[in-house]
Design a protein. Sequence first.
Length: 64
Amino acid sequence: MGSFSIWHWLIVLLVVVLVFGTKKLRNVGEDLGGAVKGFKEGMKGEAEKDNANGRVIDADQDKK
């Protein structure tokens, strides 16, 4: 009773497509994908910069 069935999600998806249209949803998807890609590249670049400086990041450092 607490979870939605596949039919609920399909109806919600249909309403969203009708309200916003497919072109606007495609643009939002592209923007979101670009943001995630940029974030991943930024994190990768930061890790490479830290390794180049000889700095090692330890996840358990705050536990010591």
